[in-house]
Design a protein around this ligand. Structure first.
Ligand SMILES: NC(=O)N[C@@H](CC(=O)O)C(=O)O
Ligand SMILES: [Zn+2]
Ligand SMILES: [Zn+2]
Length: 429
């Protein structure tokens, strides 16, 4: 199958492209990129007015399969990813059974190959059963295609355990993605500790409950030489710790979510909207501003969703009993376009770095670029398309978005994965 994508505004800092041109896809590869290409036998798609970028990758996604298919499964989660403009996602291991050995990794890959609407790069647990007690089968998982290690959903509580994970696992060359949460300090904390938690009568979760483990893991990365990636960073000081470590030359990267960039504890009110209950919690407006600044200046390497679907009945409970997490795959690109690019805070090139180039680099995936010979993983979006979150439902099985009812401008229209169209005119194929 061949496609000629005509007259799109191509942005790819890795290829030095920021101009209107045509892109020819033949088979699974990009065959040509030039101002005016002949169609030949190719299907011609007019992309004028749209932006075309190297396929977006979300390196933090909970697909929930195996075990929690009532929340999401690999088909529905990757369907949501395609709708949101993604060509690939990194799946988290907090499934049932936990992805802590090669057979669960193999299962995720096989399901993704059979029913997926995008590529799935599985991550594997650091510790067996996410218990923080014994090492997972890291070598077995890597042999079956795991791209990273993480106990996401929990912090590894013991510093000695984290050290052993890093010391052993670093021989596989994969990155350690750290969910930073000191359970003793956070306890049953529900939202950020401060005036809002006091007013709403909810137990507080101090910033230090996250920052202590960020500081610890940076020190452990220095001790072991392992590659470290801080997940869903939410506080200004946590980001400052990463900034300083980078300046010192430590191999550390970090990611942030749109909800930590564009929402804050001040969005929580007496409605006790459980969609706003996330781990780590929404912080202060100053924290959100610092995270946005970090995305602009590159201290935040990657924008991720931490797409965490839950069934309606699980979220429709008392705030303290509802699980943590919100969905994000279908809103991430639009939120960044609306709040960062349209407002002039950052350019399309920075968006491509944070949502496409950096995630692949951190996970050690093959780079994708808009140039001849590259794999044809491509995202096309209309920067002028205005829509309201949730108005047509979600492709995800879940609806626990913190942005429902918000009007956004910009949306993915077409996606290609290995030359195969997975989103066409806004509809998942
Ligand atoms: N982020 C969340 O609030 N929830 C995640 C776990 C996690 O990412 O830590 C989940 O699995 O539901
Ligand atoms: Zn987490
Ligand atoms: Zn997560």
């Amino acid at each position: 199958m061949a496609f000629l994508l005509k007259s799109a505004h191509v942005v790819d800092p890795a290829a030095g492209l920021d101009e209107v041109c045509d892109v020819l896809i033949e088979g699974d590869k990009i065959a040509a990129v030039a101002p005016s290409l002949e169609a030949g036998d190719a299907t011609v798609l007019d992309m004028s007015g749209k932006y075309l970028v190297p396929g977006l990758v979300d390196m933090h996604v909970h697909l929930r399969e195996p075990g929690y298919e009532h929340k999401e499964d690999i088909e529905s989660g990757t369907r949501a990813a395609a709708k949101g403009g993604f060509t690939g996602v990194c799946s988290m291991p907090n499934t049932d059974p936990v992805a802590d050995n090669g057979s669960v990794i193999e299962y995720v890959k096989a399901r993704a190959a059979a029913v997926g609407h995008c590529r799935v790069f599985p991550s594997g647990a650091c510790s067996r059963g996410l218990k923080g007690e014994a090492l997972s089968e890291m070598g077995d998982m890597v042999a079956h295609g795991a791209v990273a290690f993480t106990d996401d959903g929990r912090g590894v509580q013991g510093a000695g355990m984290m050290r052993r994970c890093m010391d052993y696992g670093k021989m596989f060359g994969k990155v350690f993605m750290s969910h930073c949460q000191d359970e003793d300090l956070v306890g049953d904390g529900q939202i950020n500790e401060g005036a809002v938690s006091t007013r709403l009568g909810l137990l507080g979760w101090p910033a230090q409950g996250e920052e202590i483990q960020i500081a610890r893991d940076i020190e452990l990365a220095k001790l072991t030489g392992a590659k470290l990636h801080i997940q869903h960073i939410s506080t200004a000081y946590g980001l400052e710790l990463v900034r300083r470590a980078k300046e010192e030359g430590v191999e550390v990267t970090c990611e942030a979510t749109p909800h930590h960039m564009f929402l804050s504890e001040d969005d929580l009110d007496e409605t006790y909207n459980t969609s706003l209950k996330v781990n780590p919690p929404l912080r202060t407006q100053a924290d959100a501003e610092a995270i946005r600044q970090g995305v602009i200046d590159g201290t935040v390497d990657a924008i991720v969703t931490d797409h965490a679907p839950h069934a309606a009945w699980e979220k429709s409970r008392e705030f303290e009993l509802a699980p943590f997490g919100m969905i994000g795959l279908e809103t991430s690109l639009a939120l960044v376009l609306t709040n960062m690019v349209r407002t002039g805070k950052m350019g399309y090139d920075r968006l491509v770095e944070a949502m496409s180039i950096a995630p692949r680099r951190i996970l050690g995936l093959d780079p994708v670029s808009i140039r001849p010979g590259s794999v044809a993983d491509i995202t096309v979006f209309d920067p002028e398309l205005t829509w309201t979150v949730g108005e047509d439902g979600f492709e995800s099985k879940a609806a626990n978005s913190g942005f429902t009812g918000v009007e956004l401008t910009g949306r993915a229209t077409d996606v290609f994965v290995g030359g195969k169209q997975t989103l066409a005119g806004g509809a998942v194929c």
